[in-house]
Write a protein that binds this ligand. Structure first.
Ligand code: F6P
Length: 319
């Protein structure tokens, strides 16, 4: 293999730049030529492909977002889009592809890999919802960002003796919400995967107040329904002031944490190793503390499930 390309796609995640730097420099170490695809698959289909050298990735390790830029692309989900992407990659004589992103990026890379281009994926998403890896690049940073905000909100909750419902990201999954709930010592976590019983929650809240709690934090993942409806129901049942605070995109940005940087760097180096070995269609992964890889066929179509013990631990500690 002589020439590889890197793409960042889907929602940006802190550490994408760190992974990019690692891939570029590790590949250059092994005398590979490296190209960067700009603006995700949208940019690929527009031939926005530029050569990268060691200097192109200098000073980016600690920057959030992605210097290659990213985007969401509907055309790449079609067979026509895949064929076009493959012919563009071949035109640029690209033999290997590293896709940095979430599920959607992986799916496109897998389809591209069926057409004579070796493709591997690096899981990067603040949601940590990629099946096959215990952790995605950016997840740890997003937890840090959110708990910093929740700690501040707790000051107001405690001073005013209020219930705060903090909406965090997670359109389909609650991994981020659970981790924030644990790390910030929330009283409840509401996630899309587990149905909640509003009556039960209100009863438990009342019990907690009876036992002397004067402020409450509830972490509500955005995919769990309208947070204001939820707040209204709580407000009706409990004689305490209720406020909603939505953290939004603040969770996606910022300088990657030490853990996200190390993970991204190791993932990047592993991706290059796989391409050099001619290993196709694999997901770089963290499993039981080790950086490894899994065939995409073992991951395809599978959904990562939340850890119920962790979810319950939030409740068990909120007594
Ligand atoms: O990166 C994942 C995620 O943050 C989800 O939790 C969220 O719902 C989604 O991206 C929103 O991203 P966008 O508005 O960029 O599509």
């Amino acid at each position: 293999m002589k020439r590889i390309a890197i793409i960042t796609s889907g929602g940006d995640a802190p550490g994408m730049n760190t992974a990019l730097r690692s891939v570029v420099r590790k590949a250059i170490n092994h005398k590979l030529e490296v190209y960067g695809i700009q603006r995700g698959y949208v940019g690929l289909l527009k031939e926005q492909i530029i050569p990268l050298d060691s200097r192109s990735v200098g000073g980016i390790l600690n920057q959030g977002g992605t210097v290659l830029k990213t985007g969401r692309c509907s055309e790449i989900r079609t067979e026509k889009g895949i064929k076009k992407a493959v012919s563009i990659l071949k035109k640029f004589k690209i033999e290997g592809l590293v896709a940095i992103g979430g599920d959607g990026s992986m799916r496109a890379a897998e389809r591209i890999s069926r057409h004579g281009i070796c493709a591997v994926s690096i899981p990067a998403s603040i949601d940590n919802d990629v099946y096959g890896t215990d952790e995605t690049v950016g997840f740890d940073t997003a937890i840090d960002t959110a708990i910093d905000a929740v700690d501040k909100i707790r000051d107001t909750a405690a001073s005013h003796e209020r219930i705060f419902i903090v909406e965090v990201m997670g359109r389909e999954h609650g991994f981020l919400a659970i981790a924030i709930g644990i790390a910030a010592g929330a009283e409840f976590v509401i996630i899309p995967e587990i149905k909640y019983d509003i009556k039960k929650i209100c009863n438990e809240l009342k019990n907690q107040v009876k036992k002397g709690k004067t402020s409450i934090i509830i972490i509500h993942a955005e995919g769990s329904g309208d947070v204001y409806d939820f707040a209204e129901k709580i407000q009706k049942a409990i004689n305490m002031e209720v406020r909603v605070s939505s953290l939004g995109y603040i969770q996606r940005g910022g300088s990657p944490s030490a853990r996200s940087r190390v993970l991204a760097t190791l993932f990047g180096a592993h991706a290059v190793k796989l391409l050099r070995q001619g290993k196709n269609n694999r997901l770089v992964a963290l499993r039981q503390g080790r950086v490894t890889d899994v065939p995409y066929s073992q991951v395809k179509g599978k959904e990562k499930k939340p850890d119920k013990d962790l979810y319950n631990l939030v409740k068990h500690l909120a007594i």
